[in-house]
Design a protein around this ligand. Structure first.
Ligand code: FMN
Length: 170
């Protein structure tokens, strides 16, 4: 296949794949590095590089799962709290081999939507690099990420846009 055919193939193959379908095996660190590197190649106006990605694996990821669960609990009333949803938040983060927090940094140099657009293009690069490496992934954007405080340091001019889940496919 020539480059155009390879690119078309990867774009057509890309899908959101959820943690229940990830295998328990570890993604090689070189591939994680490649995924993050591809993100940094996204176009961005005035070279503000507005993405702030933090990778969670192992113990830090387990802590993230607990924090997400406790935020969910704290933001629900007794009537709206669902035990299944609570368990599912923990299951997804624990089942993924790695989770990357997606944060946008607003530089003030360009409109905010342009920074969000650039971060989204960076995430698309991660999706495509995952596809090319047979890694399942998806962008999750629950409102509770706005309350993350212990796992993430969010500055005044930043906003968390969600979590990117990754796992090898069996
Ligand atoms: C900005 C953004 C936020 C998303 N948030 C969620 C989410 O919170 N939960 C979810 O299940 N999927 C989420 N997705 C993934 C979409 O559901 C998915 O892309 C869509 O169903 C199309 O499937 P595909 O990615 O396989 O083409 C998000 C996608 C984008 C681009």
């Amino acid at each position: 296949m020539n480059n155009a055919e390879i690119l078309k193939d990867i774009i057509e193959q890309r899908r959101s794949i959820f943690p229940k379908d990830y295998s328990e095996t570890e993604i090689a660190q070189e591939i994680i590095d490649e995924i993050l590197h591809s993100a940094t190649l996204a176009p961005n106006h005035k070279r503000t590089k507005p993405w702030r990605f933090k990778i969670f694996r192992g113990e830090e990821k387990a802590k993230l799962a607990l924090e997400m669960q406790s935020i969910y609990k704290a933001t629900q009333s007794e009537q709206t709290f669902l035990e299944k949803k609570y368990q599912d938040i923990g299951f997804k983060i624990n089942k993924a081999d790695a989770v990357i927090s997606i944060v946008v940094n607003f530089s003030g140099m360009v409109p905010e939507w342009e920074e969000i657009a650039a971060v989204s293009m960076a995430v698309q690069n991660m999706y495509l690099t995952c596809t090319a490496n047979h890694i399942g992934c998806y962008w999750s954007s629950p409102a509770i990420v706005n309350h993350l405080k212990e796992s993430l340091t969010i500055e005044e001019n930043q906003k968390c846009l969600g979590l990117f889940y990754l796992g090898n496919l069996s």
